[in-house]
Design a binder for this molecule. Structure first.
Ligand SMILES: Cc1ncc(COP(=O)(O)O)c(C=O)c1O
Length: 306
């Protein structure tokens, strides 16, 4: 595998005075890389390994028009010199969409697919035709949600364990649940894992269970912090992200991590976690989603006063 420049291990840092008596730390996965930091590198790494070991010639994946996964796959493939293809949900082509503009600039070939065909994925004849037009492609599911993506969390948790901080609780945001499943799988009987269901995914618990099989690790999905679901936000959430930035100079994206950190703080504020617990919250990045959010909502997400 070609050497590329990434910042690993990502740091674990204390967040002083986060809430009451809790000792709260952040795992700064967003610092791994500007364009594919966060859980994206973790999910893609073993997929890239497999691309090479199986001798594929193109990487193909799926995503919505503002997908973090599409953006990250385009960026990772550009770094490795891998030809990439994105199958995009919906036929509307917005020439100003920041996510797809950047993906195309990075060399990703985009196919806009009608929503009904997109739902069927490789079972749709239209998608089959697209897939067959490429030589020996490797197909990654939407969101990087495959077992190789889950396995990428092993490296993340090994870094966490190397700090010897003995966390009581780990918090992580979930869309498909692949990231959360990997965190639970590689926790090694240590902390309780709280998975915050930010997209209102009704089958999240089942999807995580399916990935995990039997496990002795304690975990729980929290479904009360979605703020309306995918890409939805409220003034309360935005104010929280602004206060967090003002205090720690760390940005939380609107889609995943603002909701995660808000939820974790709410558990602490209401004493739903044992007093004095040592808590690790994993910032999975998602910063390209801020550009998308600001483009759609026509207003800044967090204002960075100097
Ligand atoms: C920034 C960010 N955090 C968290 C997640 C949730 O990951 P998963 O779909 O594996 O639950 C995603 C989606 O991949 C994401 O883009």
């Amino acid at each position: 595998m070609k050497e590329i420049s990434i910042n690993l291990p990502s740091p674990v840092e204390l967040l002083p005075d986060f809430c009451n008596s809790y000792q709260v730390y952040i795992k700064r996965e967003e610092l791994i890389h500007e364009d594919f930091g966060g859980n994206k590198w973790r999910k893609l790494k073993y997929n890239i390994d497999q691309y090479y070991t199986q001798g594929h010639q193109t990487m193909i994946t799926y995503g919505g028009p503002f997908s973090n996964h599409i953006a990250a796959t385009a960026a990772v493939c550009a770094q490795f010199g891998i030809p990439s293809v994105g199958l995009i949900r919906g036929t509307y082509k917005d020439p100003n969409n920041p996510t797809l503009t950047k993906a195309a600039e990075l060399g990703m070939k985009l196919h806009h697919v009608p929503k009904d065909a997109y739902k069927l994925k490789a079972e749709a004849p239209l998608i089959q035709d697209i897939l067959m037009s490429y030589d020996n492609p490797m197909l990654i599911p939407e969101g990087g949600n495959n077992q190789l993506g889950v396995e990428g969390m092993k490296d993340l948790m090994q870094e966490v364990l190397s700090y010897d901080l003995d966390f009581d609780v780990v918090g992580v945001a979930a869309g498909t649940g692949a990231t959360g499943a990997g965190i639970i799988k590689y926790c090694h009987q240590g902390p309780i894992v709280k998975v915050v269901n930010v997209l209102k995914n009704v089958s999240l618990v089942d999807e995580i269970r399916k990935r995990l099989g039997d496990t002795a690790i304690e975990w729980e999905v929290l479904s009360q912090y979605h703020f309306g679901g995918y890409a939805r936000s409220t003034d309360v959430l935005q104010a929280f992200a602004q206060q967090f930035y003002d205090k720690y100079k760390i940005t939380l994206d609107p889609i995943y991590n603002a909701k995660l950190f808000y939820g974790m703080k709410d558990l602490m504020r209401t004493n739903a976690l044992p007093e004095h617990s040592k808590v690790l919250i994993i910032n999975t990045g998602g910063y390209q989603g801020i550009d998308a959010y600001e483009y759609v909502h026509k207003k800044p997400w967090v204002i960075k006063y100097s």
